[in-house]
Design a binder for this molecule. Structure first.
Ligand code: FE
Length: 360
């Protein structure tokens, strides 16, 4: 007892002397610091319009966001290197294959949230863990579509993914690296639809049809179609929508020249990928991390994904108010129905196939 009392007295006197030394102003800022709530966000969302999204969360909750930006691979590598010392609370990645990778590598903390479970359709989140938690949630979707040169290509010749490797389209294809997550996920989905042997043949056919070696991002492929370097390409929808909404005359000219097709409307539907979020495995603020993910499925945040970054909300029943997405789809489109987690699982198989067929 005596000993405890002494320790307490010592601690108390330390506080008192701290107060005396700090003075009134120092005290005020010290207590403000203690109350300040912060989450550390590791984000691969490379969209400047997201700034408003983060500011609105801080305004609504008082929780500040410290953001570290990197690409998906960079974030995963960093989390692995930091291990249990990682300051990360929330992780945002922009592809199903990467979300799956983070889950398998044990980088996420499975959470139980009625709000997230009812907002995010089961196909667009991780499979439940043994105790009913979810490792990651899709928060927005994007379709992987074909753009083509309206002057040189008939829409009917590029309205399926299979036709990208048809000999009739020899020398026409522009595509970013096969190993980029967006392509790994599409190709992983193809394994589910066609089986491995036919998928490998399909990949080989695309290599044979390339107008040039894979390089650049999706926007570069769209521009290469418009410039006549190639006449068909794959892109995520938001890159095209961004050009469609641009006031830059050069972008307008690009949009004027290219057509867009949502592939496989007569069969299994167009491939859709997710951007999603997870709570970091070693988060020191898991409650606030969940609060942030829950905010991202609120109508306000979901509208932001649709209107700010030209993605589709995961939450059903929201009114979409985006003229570019509207013009692109003519209202709606059929998307493939496949657990996005299955797509992630195939990525290692896909990478081996790419190596075998020489798809860079
Ligand atoms: Fe992107």
């Amino acid at each position: 007892m005596r000993r405890t009392h002494t320790v307490f007295s010592l601690a108390l006197s330390a506080v008192i002397s701290a107060v005396i030394t700090a003075g009134t102003a120092g005290l005020f800022s010290a207590s403000a610091l203690a109350n300040e709530q912060v989450i550390n966000l590791y984000s691969a969302r490379h969209y400047p319009t997201d700034e408003a999204l983060y500011n609105d969360f801080t305004k609504a909750t008082g929780i500040k966001i410290n953001r570290v930006d990197s690409d998906d691979a960079g974030i995963i590598a960093r989390l692995k290197a930091e291990g249990s010392a990682s300051p990360a609370d929330v992780i945002l990645l922009v592809d199903a294959a990467r979300l799956w990778r983070g889950e398998v590598d044990g980088l996420f903390l499975a959470v139980k949230s009625k709000t997230l479970e009812s907002a995010v359709p089961a196909l667009l989140r991780a499979k439940p863990t043994d105790d009913g938690g979810t490792a990651w949630f899709g928060l927005s979707t994007r379709a992987r579509v074909v753009v083509y040169d309206k002057l040189k290509v008939n829409k009917a010749d590029v309205d399926t993914y299979e036709e990208l490797s048809d000999p009739k389209n020899k020398g026409k294809l522009c595509i970013r690296s096969g190993s980029h997550p967006y392509n790994l996920s599409l190709f992983g989905a193809m394994i589910e639809h066609l089986g491995p042997a036919a998928t490998e043949k399909w990949l080989k056919g695309m290599v044979d049809n390339m107008a040039r070696e894979p390089k650049g991002g999706d926007t570069d492929q769209i521009k290469a179609v418009a410039s006549g370097e190639c006449s068909m390409a794959l892109t995520n929808t938001y890159y095209l929508a961004r050009l469609m909404r641009s006031t830059n005359p050069a972008d307008k000219a690009v949009v004027e020249r290219v057509g867009v097709v949502f592939p496989n409307q007569q069969s299994w539907g167009t491939h859709v990928n997710v951007a999603g979020g997870a709570v970091a495995r070693y988060s020191k603020n898991p409650a606030n991390a969940v609060k942030f993910l829950e905010y991202l499925v609120s109508p306000q945040a979901q509208n932001h994904f649709a209107n700010g970054n030209n993605e589709w909300p995961v939450v059903k029943g929201l009114k979409l108010d985006n003229p570019a997405l509207q013009a692109m789809t003519g209202g709606d489109f059929k998307s493939e129905l496949m657990p996005i987690s299955a797509v992630g699982m195939n990525q290692i198989k896909v990478q081996r196939m790419l190596d075998r067929v020489g798809f860079k």
